[in-house]
Design a protein around this ligand. Sequence first.
Ligand code: UDP
Ligand code: MG
Length: 315
Amino acid sequence: MKKVTLLIPVYNEEASLPALYKRLTELMDRNARYEWELLFINDGSSDGTLNEIRQLRGNDKRVNYVNLSRNFGKETAMLAGFDYTTGDCCVVMDADLQDPPELVDQMLHYWEEGYDDIYAQRRNRGEESWLRRKLSLSFYKLLQRMSRIDILPNVGDFRLLDRRCVLTLRRLREHERYTKGLFCWIGYRKKGIVFDRGNRVAGHSSWNFLKLLNLAIEGITSSSTAPLRIATVCGLVCAVSSFIYAIYFLVKTLLYGDQAAGFPTLIIVILFLGGLQLFSLGIIGEYVGRIFLETKRRPVYIASEYNETKLGYEE
Ligand code: UDP
Ligand code: MG
């Protein structure tokens, strides 16, 4: 019997878990031809999420869980999930039921047809502000232009991955993770299904504008070095135009003599160049920071518990 793992990163989802578990049992009962695993990754929740999961496991041995030692963020929690899944395929989904479990039936169908990565593409984006939607769409456009791999817009982490995708993703152990880019990077046979994304059943989204901005920078700098080239091009354009301006100025001074005018121009040029330099330094800094983090060779996350076993005593 083939085994399907449902991988669910959870962070303060105490309120969503009962409803989620109910919907998932319906899904598992409908597809009794598979063996099922519910793998919860508790990402350092500060509410009663862990107890809730332990209770679920008490009643249902299909539930497994990994407890991380603190909050590492969803991207990292997913890697922990890939490390601990035991299924022949693995479905990544959110705990807040924004990803309808009913879609998994379709995903399984395509998996049986031989697809490796069946991703869900949102038709709408649920309850979101106009600004957030616009920003996120223009971000995808920018990303698409900058990186050589296609990163699909309106595709989240909700997808079914064949075991070989999971094994490949396990090998990508970078710290600053942008999993959406990684899914595209690994390739394999992909298939999209369109769905309508609902709203949260309970609790509220833990993403705020700053976190999203960080994720966007993450997305660009982890899948492309184009910004470095942009800095180079800007520098080049500035150098060439200032050279032309210098010649113009030289000729003008020779012909008409030196008037001590042009103070505003001077200030503008200084400010413009200063800004450009700082901006370019910032871009370089992004990449240097990334190198710094990776050279420390720390584990990407610390798991403190797998089911009833306490982890961290291994030497
Ligand atoms: N999540 C997590 N760690 C975090 C933040 C979120 O594991 O630091 C989980 C969260 O419990 C949920 C999923 O990631 O299952 C998506 O989070 P959320 O619903 O807040 O994001 P959104 O749906 O707004 O993109
Ligand atoms: Mg959500």
